[in-house]
Design a protein around this ligand. Structure first.
Ligand code: ZN
Length: 220
């Protein structure tokens, strides 16, 4: 893969930033694509922009505001609470989001001569989002290849990792502190360690604590 070009679906969060570094390690040329779907926090786009600038990566921001128009959700509307009722998907789930994002990323990739698409979706610590599952990604990969008569390869380096293992991967890539301090995962739009109380912060912190204590245990 070293001689090839890749496009990373990039939000400026922990997972996709880890994927960006993973891609830089494995591919000759890497670019990033970020989707603007009127996230509650404009900061998300700014964080993505500043990381891409720092890494000197070509960065495309695509307007996907139609997603908010079609499927109002807690990530875009202040008046929708972030919550999960028993047996239901959380209100942060957006129907079709990864289907659309990956399809647009594929069009962009083909335009720029890239076959490889990297996304930070994960089955392990996730909230049951159907379009984060491995089977969906494999199915979409086939569909995209047929749709554009092109041999895309969708890579999901985090698919089987839990949050602690994602921190471990960041550490192995030598960027644990960078990811910890510069990325934005928090639903309340607070960079780095975040608000500490929203579901995204809790998941991120639990993983980090687990990884750091595991690492200390190995050292001791
Ligand atoms: Zn938070």
């Amino acid at each position: 893969m070293e001689n090839e070009k890749a496009v990373v679906v990039f939000s400026g969060g922990q997972d996709s930033t880890t994927c960006l570094y993973w891609a830089i390690k494995h591919f000759k040329e890497v670019e990033a694509v970020t989707f603007n779907y009127n996230q509650r926090h404009r900061l998300e786009i700014e964080v993505a922009e500043s990381i891409a600038r720092e890494l000197m990566i070509k960065h495309t921001i695509l307007d996907m505001s139609l997603l908010n128009q079609l499927a109002p959700n807690a990530l875009t509307r202040d008046n929708i609470q972030i919550e999960q009722k028993d047996g239901e998907l959380p209100t942060t789930f957006v129907d079709g989001r990864n289907l659309l994002f990956l399809s647009f990323a594929a069009i962009l990739a083909k335009q720029s001569g890239a076959r490889h698409i990297i996304t930070g979706v994960c089955e392990t610590d996730f909230s049951g989002y159907p379009d984060c599952r491995d089977v969906f990604i494999k199915s979409l990969n086939v569909t995209l290849n047929l749709a554009m008569d092109y041999q895309f390869v969708i890579h999901t380096p985090l698919m089987w990792l839990n949050k602690a293992e994602t921190w471990k991967l960041a550490d192995q890539l030598g960027v644990l502190d960078y990811i910890r301090n510069k990325t934005l995962t928090c639903y309340n739009g607070i960079i780095a360690d975040g608000c500490g109380t929203c579901p995204a912060c809790l998941l991120r912190k639990k993983g980090l604590d687990e990884y750091l204590s595991m690492k200390e245990g190995i050292k001791a």
